[in-house]
Design a protein around this ligand. Sequence first.
Ligand code: CA
Ligand code: CA
Length: 491
Amino acid sequence: MAQFPKRLVETFFIRMGSGLKKARPFHVCMILIVTLVCSYGSAQAIAWHTTDTSATYTSYLPFIRNGSVTYYLDCVNGDDRNKGTSPTQAWKTLDKVNDKSFTLKRGENLLLKRGCSWTGPLLVRWSGTADQPITIGAYGSGDLPIIKNSTDKGNPNNVDISASYVVVEYLHTMAKVERRDSSCANQAIGHTVGFNISSESRYVTVRNSKAEKHTHAVRLRSGSRRSKLLYNEFINNTMMETLDKAGNNDSGAAAIVVQGDDNEIAYNRIDGHDACSYDYGRDGSAVEIYGGKRNYIHHNTAHNNNTFTELGQKGSEDNTFAYNLVTADIPKAQFVVTRGGDSNRGPVLRTNVVHNTVYLTHGESFAVNCDGTCGANILALKNNIIWSNGTIGHIDSTGAQESNNVFWHSGGEGKIRIFFPTPEDRDRTSKIADPRFVDAAKGDFRLRSDSPAIDMGVEYNAGFKTSYDLAGNLIPQGGKLDAGAYEYVAR
Ligand SMILES: [Ca+2]
Ligand SMILES: [Ca+2]
């Protein structure tokens, strides 16, 4: 974890799943071919800003307004003595734009040539306006422009954003591994960030970009608000910041760290955040909430992260996870870890986990863990499909809002392990049943026509609303919501 060490899920339970039959391999379809178009409503208690998420990002052309000035960077043919304002007059180095004398005004653009790479950081410190954002993007053809190894210049952040109303798109950030721990599976060590969104930033969009090998792909700092992370690929950001033999303090390997409020994290692919840890065996997460409020994490596809999300720190409130697909075949994979007020890292209030499809095939998987007195104001776990070949989960007290879920294990009903806090406390609206995926081995987690998940969901105000499932189908179909991230569509 970045900010707080992860408490192990209860040691009493953690190894109960071991020794079960070997998880069957599968390949998950990682490419969302469909174009997802979503709209959001406002909840009664939670205001959500007007979004531009009805837009689709299928074009590789930057959006340039007529008459606005665009600056170009070309690592091969550029020259810092040029004007910078056309591809043939491109600058060459990031020094030119990082210099304090250079300013981008509202509506202006900075484009980096594809196929190029630069040593970071890129300092994004110019603000646009709601009507005229500043765009940092790419031009030309080929691979995304790369910003890498900013630690060489003393800044851990490859793209360091301290501005508002900025769109950052089509960039690829990459960290250099400078140290490894040969005693812990040669684990990478250090502190690097792909896209750092500073505390004073508002309305920053990072989209269609990539980040790999960092400690964190994105860090939304405490105080930052209303940013969007859309359509990105965050892959193998497994660097550990703290890795030692002192107990319960290892941290790092979290793709997205959310300390800020009212952010939207959607349509991203988040894979491979699974690091060696002395304290926990494995560590890492796709989305870590540390003090953030009203963040909406939806329609993401996550594979082989140690934990999909862990929430901690008093002040973390009203975060919602919806319509995500979470798969893993690695040991110790978890889906959600959160805690109540009797945890020294809680309470984390009112986390909503709805309409997710979870498929963890290793025998040591442990999908849900909520302790420290996990009551009604801590967790709502509804309308999910959770398949775990280890343990489904542990909720340590009565009162958590668990209902309308489907739970399953490859070995059948007799292998199901649920502690809510005893199996008898499982809500009677939830089912222990094979969800009948179309083809899990091939990564197709849509429902077959005879799936028990069809039409078993309950209407629930999770603070945010979407009109589409993970495949882009309107919800509900057949008049009622299904459990899981995919709504069954009759042919
Ligand atoms: Ca340690
Ligand atoms: Ca339905």
